[in-house]
Write a protein that binds this ligand. Structure first.
Ligand code: T3D
Length: 261
């Protein structure tokens, strides 16, 4: 964990699950520079911490994340620099983290807040969640990976409709589109997220990390490359203690106890 307690996040770890809560509820957890830097530091810290086996990201208050903090106006903003130095490394840190990441979307996600939610491996949403790209409303282009995520998940035509604000994405729409794994009543979200994250944290998390590497690579790979990558990482997974435990548990007709290795 970072040395200083973060000013814009609440971070807690319990039973192998680290929960990172965006904590600027007055602005629906809009991303100011401090929050962007603290988030990146938090994801780097969980990557280093072997006790952390799954990560949850959520928002305090009624919003998940309203994207870039717009309160400073547009005049002084250095778009390319902040995207290259702050937003993009954050998205890459989440995608590259060899541990499962769950976004628990408690309310509205807008702009880069949508990008942040969809950078997670599994998204769980409250019935009150909405996914609003919003970039187009303020005459910006989509960023923080959203173009790629939506085009790959939904195809260019549905992605265009959503990015141009012609198709609204409530929680159920996002679920129907395959972006969200489950939609639950608001008062069930914390428990549903916890159950999922603990299940993941108790799983063979070393292998989950390898699976994530394969899925990341498969987005761009040819079949030949995917087959070769699977064979190489299966060699690693198959030699792990968790694989031995999984096979032993199967033979003994009991639940496996995975240690993440
Ligand atoms: O420079 C860079 O950083 C480049 C990167 C850009 C990436 C981006 O994310 S661009 C997109 C930025 N985000 C937006 O354009 C979304 C702006 N917000 C909204 O459209 C709406 O607030 C929502 C649709 C998200 C929610 O609407 P609603 O009606 O539920 O809430 P509200 O009343 O609009 O907002 C509640 C408060 O949050 C309000 O403050 P107040 O009046 O109570 O003091 C509002 O100003 C504040 N808030 C909402 N979004 C932001 C924000 N404050 C700062 N920045 C925000 N993005």
């Amino acid at each position: 964990m970072p040395d200083q307690p973060p000013a814009t996040l609440v971070i807690g770890t319990d039973a192998g699950v680290t929960t990172i809560t965006l904590n600027r509820p007055d602005s629906l957890n809009a991303l100011n520079g401090e929050m962007r830097r603290e988030l990146l530091a938090a994801f780097k810290a969980v990557a280093r911490d072997e006790a952390v086996r799954a990560v949850v990201i959520t928002g305090a208050g009624r919003g998940f994340c309203a994207g870039a903090d717009l309160r400073g106006g547009s005049g002084e903003r250095e778009f390319r620099r902040v995207l290259s130095d702050e937003y993009n490394p954050l998205i890459e840190a989440i995608r590259g983290l060899a541990k499962p990441v769950v976004a628990s979307v408690n309310g509205v996600a807008a702009g880069a807040g949508v990008s942040l939610a969809l950078a997670a491996d599994i998204v769980v949403a409250s019935e009150e969640a909405r996914f609003i790209p919003a970039f187009n409303r303020i005459a910006l282009v989509p960023d923080s990976g959203l173009t790629r995520t939506l085009v790959r998940a939904l195809g260019r035509h549905r992605a265009m409709e959503i990015l141009l604000g012609e198709r609204q994405l409530g929680a159920d729409d996002a679920h129907a589109a395959g972006l969200v794994a489950a939609v639950v009543p608001a008062d069930r979200l914390a428990d549903a997220t916890r159950e999922l994250a603990e299940r993941l944290a108790n799983g063979p998390t070393g292998t989950i990390g390898l699976t994530k590497r394969l899925v990341n690579a498969a987005e761009d790979a040819t079949l030949h490359e995917s087959l070769a990558a699977e064979a190489a990482l299966q060699e690693i997974a198959g030699r792990g203690a968790d694989h031995s435990e999984g096979v032993a548990a199967f033979a003994e007709k009991r639940d496996p106890e995975f240690g993440g290795r």
